[in-house]
Design a protein around this ligand. Structure first.
Ligand SMILES: *[C@@H]1O[C@H](CO)[C@@H](O)[C@H](O)[C@H]1NC(C)=O
Ligand SMILES: *[C@@H]1O[C@H](CO)[C@@H](O)[C@H](O)[C@H]1NC(C)=O
Ligand SMILES: *[C@@H]1O[C@H](CO)[C@@H](O)[C@H](O)[C@H]1NC(C)=O
Ligand SMILES: *[C@@H]1O[C@H](CO)[C@@H](O)[C@H](O)[C@H]1NC(C)=O
Ligand SMILES: *[C@@H]1O[C@H](CO)[C@@H](O)[C@H](O)[C@H]1NC(C)=O
Ligand SMILES: *[C@@H]1O[C@H](CO)[C@@H](O)[C@H](O)[C@H]1NC(C)=O
Ligand SMILES: *[C@@H]1O[C@H](CO)[C@@H](O)[C@H](O)[C@H]1NC(C)=O
Length: 517
């Protein structure tokens, strides 16, 4: 049977159909809604833990906290939060809470001016990736050294411009704990509900000074699904509560999607452009596959587009599984076959695959070693924990539920047509699994009221110098961009799937500019 090398960290393709077991689990979880944030807590007592962390854990140059927020009696979500700048906030509530965690998260104060800076929520992909990936290998202020036992400060981080909160979700992933793994959210609605519950407690109880702050909902890879659908969910919940004279004070200004998964069909058709055409027109080598392979791929594009449209129109699990499988066996075949040791690395065309599906050696990864150090776990409040960067069990559960094949086109349309949320895309030009030409096709085809104008725009090069976008066209070239106030995409040169890590200065410059608007 055709097998999927990479349903990881972005999950473009899965073949398993509808699973009755998982569906039952989903229904059970509906009952958790009783504990939704707008209800009174059923039992008294702290619904979160929070501890300020030392620079030993992350040499961030700003304050940072980790903790957990109870989502229900079975679930706690981990956070890690960083403040912008050296400003010292008074976190009396936070400090007063005895330490004992269930759900964990991280929050970093922005290095700039945390008292007014917006708050940025970051979600890594998968499903199943911990946001520690985003913290240590993405937009965060520190990285783990080779010794796996210490960290170093990074020069460019999104905490330079915003307070940043990393969360491990869906609960069951990373340090976010769940008592019954059959209760893991395996669809976007349940995931959104838990994140909304988290945000409610986080802004009301853990950091009340964040009430009424501006938020940016961000993520990478599968995060494209989380960001679009969770943002829609939060906005709708807040609107409903506002009608009742209540809200939790989350004002979402924008959504930022880094190498994000929106619709698999466009990634498949994008393979054709990526491997066979001069899509970037920057003098790079092409085609990357031989004439026979390119002809076969090209001839299959129209049929894949047609099936992708059927999936998009129906949002039906079975139709979408069939469409993605068909695209995978036709346009995707030569690439998929080539994902093997020494072959294509789906996450970065500049590197060869070591071992599928991840193609890089995660078992020796210094970040995993660090997060499994007894003193680190002690400091985080998770003694004797088996920490994994990628939770494959959660990934398989989404796959089994058939929910990896569904697009989030409607959700994106809703954001663009029914809200004021601005949407920013980044895409690494060496990313294959979420390839830039696929995202370009997708955004031109994205239905919304600004589509006609967006599609008419041409891509232009962008440049940056000394931490600023350089409108004069001098400085270092970052890639190409197009868009307007509501929707923009920046493509990023010399960057794979983890473009925020590969080009941290370049992305940081664009984010700084974007947040200032
Ligand atoms: C929150 O979770 C912790 C750990 O599971 C538990 O001890 C505590 O009672 C919970 N609090 C509430 C209000 O449910
Ligand atoms: C790892 O780091 C901790 C804390 O800095 C230190 O106590 C410990 O000795 C280190 N372990 C090794 C093997 O260097
Ligand atoms: C948030 O804003 C609302 C409306 O502007 C106001 O009523 C409320 O007091 C504010 N809450 C905080 C904690 O500042
Ligand atoms: C062309 O490339 C495909 C897939 O990469 C390979 O299977 C095939 O053998 C190649 N054909 C020729 C003629 O090189
Ligand atoms: C990955 O690391 C492990 C542990 O060091 C090693 O045994 C394995 O050979 C490595 N795999 C590759 C493909 O490098
Ligand atoms: C840590 O976990 C191991 C394996 O599950 C167990 O044998 C050991 O007793 C635990 N240690 C502590 C201090 O809980
Ligand atoms: C870019 O990211 C890849 C992982 O996708 C990593 O192996 C590589 O070291 C990164 N390069 C830079 C310059 O950050």
């Amino acid at each position: 049977m055709w097998s999927l090398p990479v349903s990881l960290l972005l999950a473009t393709i899965s073949v398993l159909g509808f699973s009755a077991t998982t569906q039952a689990a989903v229904q059970d979880e509906e009952q958790v809604v009783l504990n939704a944030p707008h209800r009174q807590p059923i039992s008294p007592g702290p619904r979160f833990t929070c501890r300020q962390q030392s620079p030993e854990l992350c040499d961030a140059g700003s304050q940072h906290w980790t903790g957990t927020v109870n989502i229900s009696s079975e679930k706690s979500m981990f956070f890690c939060a960083f403040c912008s700048g050296p400003f010292v906030m008074q976190h009396a509530l936070c400090a007063a809470i005895p330490v004992s965690l269930t759900y964990v998260v991280g929050y970093y104060e922005s290095r700039d001016s945390p008292e007014t800076d917006p708050v940025l929520l970051w979600m890594s992909g998968g499903p199943g990736a911990t946001s520690e990936l985003g913290q240590f290998k993405g937009i965060g202020p520190c990285a783990v050294n080779e010794d796996g036992n210490s960290t170093r400060r990074l020069e460019f981080s999104w905490i330079d411009h915003a307070n940043v909160v990393f969360i491990d979700q869906p609960v069951g992933v990373g340090f976010s704990q769940i008592s019954d793994r059959n209760q893991i959210a395996t669809n976007l609605h349940d995931g959104a509900r838990d994140v909304y519950t988290f945000l409610s407690t986080f802004t009301k109880e853990v950091f009340p000074e964040l009430a009424n702050r501006t938020w940016h909902i961000t993520g990478e890879s599968m995060g494209g699904h989380y960001v679009t659908s969770y943002t829609e969910y939060i906005l709708k919940q807040e609107a409903e509560r506002a009608l009742q004279g209540l809200d939790i004070g989350i004002h979402i200004d924008s959504a930022i999607i880094v190498d994000g998964y929106i619709d698999g069909a466009y990634q498949y058709t994008g393979y054709y452009d990526f491997f066979c055409e001069d899509w970037r027109a920057d003098g790079r080598l092409y085609p990357l596959m031989n004439a026979t392979a390119c002809q076969e791929m090209g001839e299959a594009v129209a049929a894949c587009e047609e099936k992708g449209a059927m999936c998009r129109d129906s949002y039906d699990v079975d139709v979408c599984a069939w469409a993605m499988q068909s695209c995978g066996q036709t346009v995707g075949k030569h690439f998929t076959d080539g994902v093997k040791p020494g072959g294509w690395n789906p996450y970065d065309s500049r590197f060869k695959c070591q071992e599928p599906p991840l193609c890089s050696n995660f078992s020796t990864d210094e970040t995993i070693v660090f997060l499994n150090q007894p003193w680190v776990q002690e400091q985080l409040g998770f003694p004797n924990y088996t920490f994994q960067l990628i939770d494959f069990d959660t990934n398989r559960r989404w796959d089994a539920a058939g929910n990896l094949n569904l697009p989030v086109t409607r959700e994106l349309t809703w954001l663009l047509d029914n809200s004021d949320v601005r949407v920013l895309f980044f895409n690494g030009n060496n990313d294959i699994i979420i390839n830039t030409p696929g995202q370009m096709r997708l955004l031109d085809a994205q239905p919304w009221k600004g589509q006609a104008h967006f599609r008419s725009l041409r891509y232009q090069d962008w440049f940056y110098t000394n931490g600023k976008l350089d409108q004069g066209g001098g400085g270092k070239k970052g890639g190409t961009w197009k868009g307007g106030e509501r929707l923009k995409i920046y493509t990023v040169d010399e960057a794979g799937h983890f473009s925020a890590m590969n080009q941290s200065e370049a992305l940081g410059v664009v984010v700084a500019d974007w947040l200032r608007k």
